[in-house]
Ligand binder design. Sequence first.
Ligand SMILES: CC(C)(COP(=O)(O)OP(=O)(O)OC[C@H]1O[C@@H](n2cnc3c(N)ncnc32)[C@H](O)[C@@H]1OP(=O)(O)O)[C@@H](O)C(=O)NCCC(=O)NCCS
Length: 169
Amino acid sequence: MVGVTIRAMVEQDIPAVARIYLENFKGMKDYDDAVRWIALKHKSKPICMYYIAMLAESDEPVGYILWTEHGGFRSRSIIELEQIAIAKRYQGKGIGSILVVESLRDVCRYLHARGSELKLVLVTTSSSNINAKRFYENTLNAKEIALLHDIYGRDELIMMAKREDIPLL
Ligand SMILES: CC(C)(COP(=O)(O)OP(=O)(O)OC[C@H]1O[C@@H](n2cnc3c(N)ncnc32)[C@H](O)[C@@H]1OP(=O)(O)O)[C@@H](O)C(=O)NCCC(=O)NCCS
């Protein structure tokens, strides 16, 4: 297990987050596109909230997570885990699990401060990404609720975790 710190992303982190995105996903291939998309999402905070994982020995993020609120500022909030990625050389070391739990705790603190509470978390992943599916089962106790065909050129699995079923919150 590695020593990891989780904090909200700031503008200066965006280039590193874009590099982690490009290393892990195929949706955008261009660095400038990735930076622009992340910067625009970040501008809509707190509807979209990025957090990053830092290691003591690294001076830039080794992972990021993006939480997005759906359906307005509701008293019982619907939050999507929209994206998560850990730099490849740091995967499988427990960082992603810490990032999910710590950042979601912070999202819950924010919701509480504005007078809302978390109702449930949604997460979508490629149905062929068995690692990610197991990861969401382990960290969020998420369950499959639907399968969407041919979304990003492949089938997408929708998973859901109710607030009361999420461990460690
Ligand atoms: C999925 C991901 C965020 C998990 O973070 P991580 O730090 O590697 O995961 P952790 O070390 O905290 O947890 C490991 C668990 O997650 C799963 N896992 C997912 N991806 C893994 C990977 N590349 N290597 C090892 N374990 C992985 C394993 O099932 C493992 O469970 P186990 O301990 O029961 O064997 C990360 O591997 C990643 O960035 N993958 C590529 C991008 C991606 O698929 N994102 C999710 C879809 S949007």
